[in-house]
Design a protein around this ligand. Structure first.
Ligand SMILES: Cc1ncc(COP(=O)(O)O)c(C=O)c1O
Length: 390
């Protein structure tokens, strides 16, 4: 069959060539120092593994309710009560377990956007973000957050028009690791309320927020979130996941929590697409909230300190408060783009991702420190050497 001109504008307008080219270049490297990986380097905690294995042994292999198995919904409800003060049983908000955080983002976009609509997303962005409005026939409006990567209400407000349906904020962020302050969360929520638009908060890395960036209230210490303000259950869609926190990205587990009419639409769209999140993984994740990842997070914080400390000697780096990424600038004195820098690093056997995979600009590079300390140290040494023009 001749496929020229055959595919939909939707499919044709999505370009994955940037990241594919880097992985293609990386495929020829022998035992590279790979700082490109967006997933944790620790095994799934035993309690979660055991719960998934038990599910297989107990023949939990069928379809589940689209919104998720009652046991996991109960565990999420309890967690949201503790974390956000949302009482799901009382009807403050609704929840749905989704096929990954990506599934949640896609169904949320499909539920809200149509031709002519706009969605405000950060730049730099997680690679999926600009595609979400495009897949719905809508338009992504990029909020330039350089050089500190803070998506503030002040930066977002001028971008809002009568066509804006939602603002999507991500904290801790991919690719920068930047964490919003409590004040920034509140200002964004106030802005969205004033303009009567939805605030979507992608909190996939919420458990990976370093304690120094926590919001400390009433003796509790958590990642700052716009969902924690009075009445936010009526105005904010929270999107979270299990993959990053518990090292099970391939299990495809996420969830949404927010206003019931919106979650109902998301669940309906999931029913006719993903159907349900994987059953075995749902049973495994019932055990997740009982697992304490503090030690792991503190280990990642030490890596962050090492990486940022070294890079800062040679370039500008916004301090990441969570996740496992750093997004340093390529020193302008080198006179090269992010892509050219990545190509130089590949010649020295280090794999990173150029800024233009995550941004309209190509002035930075993304490093992931989800890799063992010895390799990481060696990789950062090489990158620092390159930043000095060597
Ligand atoms: C900010 C952000 N949101 C969502 C996702 C998608 O996560 P999932 O694997 O749960 O679909 C990622 C994955 O890298 C991410 O970085």
């Amino acid at each position: 069959m001749d496929f020229s001109g055959f595919f939909s504008e939707r499919a044709s307008s999505i370009d994955t060539s940037g990241i594919r080219r880097i992985f293609h270049l990386g495929a020829h490297m022998k035992d590279p120092i790979n700082l490109s990986i967006g997933q944790p380097d620790f095994p799934v905690p035993d309690a979660i593994k055991r719960a998934a294995i038990d599910a297989i042994n107990n023949d939990h292999n069928g379809y589940t309710l689209t919104q998720g198995i009652p046991e996991l919904r109960a565990a999420i409800s309890k967690h949201l009560m503790d974390d956000l003060g949302w009482d799901i049983d009382r009807g403050d908000a609704s929840i749905a377990v989704t096929g990954g955080t990506s599934g949640a983002l896609l169904c949320a976009a499909l539920a809200t956007l149509g031709p002519g609509d706009e969605a405000v997303i950060p730049d730099p962005y997680f690679v999926l973000y600009p595609s979400l409005p495009i897949l719905c026939g809508a338009r992504p409006v990029l909020c330039d957050t350089y050089p500190d990567f803070r998506m503030t209400a002040e930066r977002v407000e001028p971008l809002i028009t009568s066509k804006t349906k939602f603002v999507l904020v991500c904290s801790p962020s991919n690719p920068c690791g930047v964490v919003n302050s409590r004040q920034e969360c509140e200002d964004l929520l106030d802005l969205c309320r004033r303009k009567n638009i939805l605030l979507i908060s992608d909190e996939i890395y919420d458990e990976f927020t370093f304690p120094e960036f926590h919001d400390i209230r009433a003796g509790r210490s958590q990642s700052p979130s716009p969902a924690r303000f009075d009445g936010a259950n009526e105005d904010v869609l929270v999107i979270r996941g299990f993959g990053k926190t518990y090292g099970c990205t391939g299990w495809r587990m996420g969830y949404v929590a927010g206003p019931t009419p919106l979650v109902d639409q998301i669940a309906k769209l999931q029913q006719y697409s993903f159907v349900c999140a994987p059953s075995i993984a749902q049973w495994g994740c019932v055990a997740a909230f009982g697992v304490d990842q503090t030690e792991t997070v503190l280990r990642y914080q030490k890596r962050r300190d090492m990486v940022v400390g070294a890079l800062r000697e040679h370039t500008n780096v916004a301090t990441p408060g969570g996740a496992f990424y750093v997004f340093p600038e390529i020193p302008p004195s080198l006179g090269i783009t992010g892509r050219q820098f990545v190509e130089r690093a590949i010649e020295r056997n280090v794999l990173t991702i150029p800024g233009n995979v995550f941004s309209k600009r190509d002035t930075h590079v993304r490093l992931s420190y989800a890799t063992d300390e010895a390799k990481l140290e060696r990789g950062v040494e090489i990158l620092c050497d390159l930043m000095q023009g060597n």
